[in-house]
Design a protein around this ligand. Structure first.
Ligand code: CAA
Length: 295
């Protein structure tokens, strides 16, 4: 059975792990926090149960997925005998560099490194390893088990062999890979984040309220979620860090983060994960009502 490691057990890490598990891979899920690993495992169990009840997966896939995951806080022992590492730790350049340097010294030279970064340069991260030809971006979308896209980012030195390998691997886990070059925000976030930022500006300038802005995009453009709800779902801190990468990377005012977004991140209102962003949340992202800040 093929074996990979996923580093980082946040929403993206556990979603990526679940996707590989449902497609008959063994996954070592690694995090510095034992508590986060345990919480993520419970979330994965719930997601698998939902999929089983809806007959999206068989009982065999459900059982195998729960059996083939191992949770660990120890990097060294969890990187043994794997073909691929998918990094999904927080969107922080220094943290990612430190991690890649460390795993580069542990992993065999043929192991491929994939980063799930949503905007940091793959070429820049690869430069901290001895294997820039085997370094690639695999940008999954949240919720990973449901969303079809994997944005594959080719770094400056990524070899064609590795691109081809990751392409066929992505198809093997029932995703649709799309290849893009390594420029700020790639394609997905270069287009998505300016839209979200503009929605926040419209709120900031009191053009309309939270629900009105979201309704326009849901009912008028058939988006599954309005941009403010989606920003809460992604995490306002993540939205801000992606906009900062775009702003610095293109040196263009059009990507400047809205001051309201900056304020909300400073205030710790990060969206679904903290229970409050543009909306206040109940048990899940669907139980929501407009935050008192915007009434
Ligand atoms: N696991 C399993 N099933 C799940 C699930 C999960 N994690 N989350 C939702 N579902 C299932 C629900 O059970 C439900 O199933 P049925 O339709 O069979 O009842 C179905 O998915 C739909 O869910 P909901 O009814 O709860 O809500 P919904 O209809 O609004 O769909 C959604 C939820 C799929 C998230 C949809 O709202 C959507 O597509 N939203 C946009 C998501 C998006 O844009 N993601 C990309 C964000 S950007 C990113 O991730 C990258 C980045 O770098 C920022």
């Amino acid at each position: 059975m093929r074996k990979i490691s996923v580093i980082g057990s946040g929403t993206m890490g556990i979603g990526i792990a679940q996707t590989f598990l449902m497609n008959n891979f063994k996954v070592n899920l690694i995090d510095i926090s034992k508590k986060s690993l345990e919480q993520s495992f419970k979330r994965m169990e719930l997601s698998l149960e939902k999929m089983l009840v809806k007959k999206n997966i068989t009982k065999k896939i459900y059982d195998n997925s729960l059996r083939n995951i191992s949770l660990s806080t120890d990097l060294e022992s969890s990187l043994n005998g794997i073909e691929l590492v998918v990094e999904a730790i927080p969107e922080n350049f220094n943290l990612k560099c430190k991690l890649f340097k460390e795993i580069d010294s542990i992993c065999d030279s043929d192991v491929i490194f994939a980063s799930n970064t949503s905007s940091i340069s793959i070429t820049k991260l690869a430069a901290f390893t001895s294997r820039p030809d085997k370094f690639i971006g695999m940008h999954f979308m949240n919720p990973v088990p449901l969303m079809k896209l994997v944005e594959i980012i080719k770094g400056f030195h990524t070899s064609k062999k590795v691109v081809d390998f990751i392409f066929s691997l992505s198809k093997g886990i029932h995703k649709f890979p799309v290849l893009v070059n390594d420029y700020p925000g790639f394609i997905s976030n270069r287009i998505l984040l300016p839209m979200i930022n503009e929605a926040i500006y419209a709120l900031y300038e009191k053009v309309a309220g939270v629900e009105e802005i979201d309704k326009v995009m849901i009912l008028g453009m058939s988006h599954p979620m309005g941009p403010l709800h989606l920003a809460d779902f992604i995490g306002l801190d993540t939205c801000l860090s992606i906009l900062e990468v775009l702003y610095q990377g293109f040196n263009n005012q059009k990507y400047a983060p809205c001051p309201l977004l900056v304020n909300m991140v400073n205030a710790g209102n990060l969206g679904v994960k903290t229970g409050e962003g543009f909306y206040l949340y109940g048990k899940n992202y669907n139980d929501k009502f407009v935050s008192n800040q915007f009434k």
